[in-house]
Design a protein around this ligand. Structure first.
Ligand code: PGA
Length: 232
C-alpha cells in the first residue's frame, strides 16, 4: 500500500483542519496521513491518521519548558512522527545525533518514525549525494529501527518548497541506493520535494518509491486527494 503523507509545517488553524477534513475523501487502499502542528494534534480525524512534525529530545515528562515529548504526542492519538526533516536539520540546526535520539524516543513511545534524509544543492552539484545520504542514514537511524517502525523519506533539500522536483532518474537512483544501504531490510522509502497532483503519479510509480511526503500541496484537501488518487 502506498503512503501519501502531508506535512502542514507551521500552517493551519482548527477551522482549516475542520474544513480540510470535511472535504477530504481518502482513496481506499492508500495510507493517508497528515503531520500537523502540535496545536492541532488533539483532533482525531476519522478519514486519515495524524502525526507530529517533531518530538522532544527529552523523553517522558519533565522540566523542559516548551517541549513536547513523544509520549505526549502518542497520547493525542497520533500514530507517527517526523524525525530529521530538512527544515529542522538546516534551519534549527539539528544534528544526526539529535535526530537519532528523537527517533528512538518516538519508537519507544509507540510511534512510527518517518526519518527524513536528503542532500543540499551544493552536495548534488559535486555529485556527492550518495555519500551524504549514507552518512545521514548511518548516523541518524534509530537503534531498534526496522521496517515496522521506521519509514525513510528521501527529500533533496533543493527540491523542498522550490517547485524544482528531482527527475524520475534521480529519484530512482537514490531510492535504489537507499534500499541497498538502509540499516534494516524492506524499509518503505518515500520521496518528498515539490510533489503535486500533476507530478504525483509518475513519481509514485517510479521503482522503489513507496509513497510521497507532501508539503505545500497538502494544505489543500482537493489537491492532496488527487495525489492520493494518483497512487491507485
Ligand atoms: P514541499 O515540501 O512539498 O512543499 O516541497 C516537502 C516537505 O517539506 O516535506
Amino acid at each position: 500500500m502506498k503512503h501519501i503523507l502531508g506535512n502542514w509545517k507551521m500552517h493551519g488553524s482548527a477551522e482549516d483542519l475542520w474544513a480540510w477534513q470535511e472535504a477530504f475523501k481518502p482513496p481506499v487502499d492508500v495510507q493517508c496521513g497528515l503531520f500537523l502542528p502540535h496545536t492541532l494534534l488533539h483532533s482525531q480525524p476519522v478519514n486519515f491518521f495524524t502525526g507530529a512534525q517533531d518530538v522532544s529530545i527529552h523523553p517522558g515528562h519533565g522540566a523542559f519548558t516548551g517541549e513536547i515529548s513523544a509520549e505526549m504526542v502518542k497520547g493525542t492519538g497520533a500514530r507517527m512522527a517526523l524525525a530529521g526533516h530538512s527544515e529542522r536539520r538546516h534551519i534549527i540546526c539539528e544534528s544526526n545525533e539529535m535526530v537519532k535520539t528523537k527517533a528512538e524516543n518516538a519508537i519507544r513511545a509507540g510511534l512510527t518514525v518517518v526519518l527524513c534524509v536528503g542532500e543540499p544543492l551544493e552536495i548534488r552539484e559535486k555529485d556527492k549525494q550518495e555519500e551524504y545520504v549514507a552518512k545521514q542514514l548511518n548516523e541518524s537511524f534509530p537503534m531498534g529501527g526496522n521496517a515496522d517502525n521506521v519509514i525513510i523519506a528521501y527529500e533533496p533539500v533543493w527540491a523542498i518548497g522550490t517547485g524544482k522536483v528531482a527527475t524520475l532518474e534521480e529519484i530512482a537512483a537514490m531510492h535504489a541506493f537507499i534500499k541497498g544501504v538502509a540499516p534494516a531490510q524492506n524499509m518503505a522509502i518515500l520521496y518528498g520535494g515539490s510533489v503535486k497532483a500533476e507530478n504525483a503519479r509518475a513519481i509514485l510509480f517510479t521503482d522503489n518509491v513507496d509513497g510521497v511526503l507532501v508539503g505545500g500541496a497538502s494544505l489543500k484537501a482537493d489537491e492532496f486527494q488527487k495525489i492520493g488518487e494518483a497512487a491507485l
